[in-house]
Ligand binder design. Structure first.
Ligand SMILES: *Cc1c(COP(=O)(O)O)cnc(C)c1O
Length: 201
């Protein structure tokens, strides 16, 4: 299990301090903010965890070693094209909207097998899945969503040529539950860095 320290809205000093304490992987959700921080901070492993706009894909594939949030087939196609064009090969996770909640980004579970086939056609490997459960007041409320994603993954793994080993799930208030349900990556911001202010420009 690896910790992704979600450093969005926090400055380079916060990242440096966390690195000093042994944190290796940082998560960001805005390309512009991340690009500045990555340049200021030098070597660390950077993961993109936000909704990715099509016009930012080329920058994203060159800045990040993992993109957790491939959330549609058109985005997958754009990522494949930019990986081909740049030679950059970030690891890719598909974001799954386990609850089928209409307001959220992510693949509906039913759409995942077809998206995996499309990834195979495009020649881009998928390393696993990410999910954000609906907002809830208790960590236990998230458990069925985390468990469901692991169970779905086990089904999708059958007959899929990719190793779908990664499960990115769990944030500050529910990462312990996510780990119990099989998370391989937890994305923790507030519990490490404190409350966030306004996003940095
Ligand atoms: C901000 C964010 C997190 C971290 O949330 P915290 O509650 O601060 O730990 C995790 N995942 C995603 C996708 C985020 O945008």
């Amino acid at each position: 299990m690896r910790l992704v320290a979600v450093s969005k809205t926090h400055g380079a000093e916060a990242v440096d301090e966390a690195r000093g304490a042994g944190v290796r992987i940082f998560g960001e959700n805005r390309i512009q903010e991340a690009a500045i921080k990555i340049e200021q901070c030098g070597s660390a492993e950077w993961h993109f965890i936000g909704h990715l706009q099509r016009n930012k894909v080329k920058v994203a594939v060159s800045l990040f070693s993992m993109i957790h949030s491939v959330d549609s087939v058109p985005l997958l196609e754009a990522v494949a094209e930019c990986m081909e064009a740049t030679g950059c090969r970030p690891a890719l996770l598909m974001e799954v909207n386990v609850a089928g909640d209409g307001a959220k980004f992510g693949f509906k579970p039913d759409a995942v097998p077809e998206a995996l086939r499309r990834a195979a056609e495009l020649g881009v490997a998928i390393s696993g899945f990410m999910t954000m459960p609906p907002f809830a007041l208790t960590a236990e409320a998230a458990r069925p969503h985390f468990r469901r994603l692991r169970e779905l993954r086990d089904v999708w793994q059958e007959g899929c040529a990719f190793d779908l080993g990664e499960l990115s799930m769990g944030m500050s208030h529910d990462f312990e539950v996510a780990i119990e349900e099989g998370a391989t990556l937890v994305r923790v911001g507030t519990a490490l860095f404190g409350e966030r202010g306004k996003p940095q420009r």
